[in-house]
Design a protein around this ligand. Structure first.
Ligand code: PLP
Length: 358
């Protein structure tokens, strides 16, 4: 199967078109020279509909597409208060005339909402109904999900349904099966754009979190027997007992095969294309790391391009480390997927890494 055929399949799926696709792909001139490599960025951070954007817009288009087909009036979703996915899903829902309702928790246990800022400020400006759940330092993030967020979602859903509305609940990270094939398109755009520029990328780097991008990239590579290697930098640990794991990615790759109507390869074949570096998570999810902050500053000072402290700074730190370690060699061609996260630069100084957290 070719990338063109994959794209044809994706065009048959329900979709609310909101983003400006294909997103740009361009060379990063100064940093490329500094390291003697060919570094390109694929700009999912510029997907739209506003600068408050990123890789979740593409996922949200398919979830909202399905919601429209089912007559949904309200989409409820959950996340951390700095959540990119919640804000981007809200933006796509608004354009579709669907009411978004967000349930957000305080992942830093710093007293929430302290002030309207970052994504929280954007949600407020868009007039989104946001329910905030503070966390005390003694409370675990898991406890917040089970004891506060999900029960609150269930209560609001029941209320809305009793009032005659049709409700859809989208999982954290907008990783709903309807959205799994979305980033097959990103993969195709990257390969098309690189071909138009006259090269084949050696590596495709990206930051992996809830597993929205990686299953589609792995599936696209396997289905089309493509030679580009996928390298993922994790911001949350891949463990069997965590919300993301190697097994979860394998099962989502298999779901994509099922959706396309192709027999899935063995688990081992899927695991073989996964290359997930977990050394750049830093102190915790959404807590800035020194390498991440340094990476944000390096790209901003060399090429005036902004990353973010929760995801893309850490992902880019992983790429820079691989260059230093010789895992990317001089002259090799790298595409880094810029998934967004720049709103989180406008968080408080602890989240930007400019002062110590806590
Ligand atoms: C969600 C997110 C990621 C992680 O991507 P997944 O597809 O969830 O693994 C990376 N970068 C940014 C900016 C994100 O918002």
């Amino acid at each position: 199967m070719t990338l063109d055929e994959l794209e044809e399949y994706v065009t048959t799926l329900p979709r609310k078109r909101v983003g400006f696709y294909p997103t740009p792909l361009h060379k990063v001139e100064n940093l490329s020279k500094k390291y003697g490599i060919e570094l390109y960025l694929k700009r999912e951070d510029l997907a739209g509909p506003a600068a408050a954007s990123g890789s979740k817009v593409r996922l949200a288009e398919f979830i909202v597409g399905e919601a429209l087909q089912n007559g949904v009036t309200h989409i409820l979703t959950v996340g951390a208060y700095i959540s990119n996915s919640a804000t981007q899903l809200a933006a796509v829902a608004i354009q579709a005339g669907i009411t978004p309702v967000l349930f957000l928790y305080d992942n830093l246990a710093e007293g929430f909402p302290k002030s309207w800022r970052g994504n929280l400020l954007v949600n407020k400006i868009m007039g989104v109904e946001v329910h905030c759940y503070p966390r005390s330092p003694s409370e675990s993030q898991e406890t917040i999900w089970d004891d506060k967020l999900y029960p609150a979602v269930a209560r609001r859903k029941a209320e809305l349904e009793a009032a005659g509305h049709t409700v859809m609940v989208a999982p954290a990270g907008v990783t709903h099966p309807a959205s799994f094939p979305a980033h097959l398109l990103t993969y195709k755009e990257i390969q098309d754009q690189c071909r138009a520029l006259g090269f084949k990328p050696d590596y495709l780097y990206h930051t992996t979190g809830t597993g929205g991008v990686l299953p589609a990239f792995a599936a696209a590579k396997l289905i089309t027997a493509d030679s580009t290697l996928i390298r993922s930098i994790a911001i949350s640990s891949y463990r069997p007992d965590n919300y993301v794991s190697h097994d979860l990615i394998v099962s989502r790759v298999k779901t994509i095969y099922e959706q396309i109507g192709k027999p899935a390869p063995d688990d081992s074949e899927i695991l073989d294309v996964l290359d997930i570096d977990q050394r750049f998570i830093g102190p915790d999810y959404a807590v800035p790391s020194d390498e991440g902050t340094a990476a944000i500053r390096e790209l901003a000072t060399s090429d005036a391009i902004l990353l973010g402290p929760v995801y893309t700074g850490k992902g880019f730190a992983g790429l820079l480390a691989h260059i230093r370690e010789g895992r990317v060699k001089p002259g090799e061609k790298v595409v880094f997927l810029h998934t967004g996260d720049t709103n989180n630069l406008f968080e408080d100084a602890a989240v930007t890494g400019l002062v110590a957290a806590g």
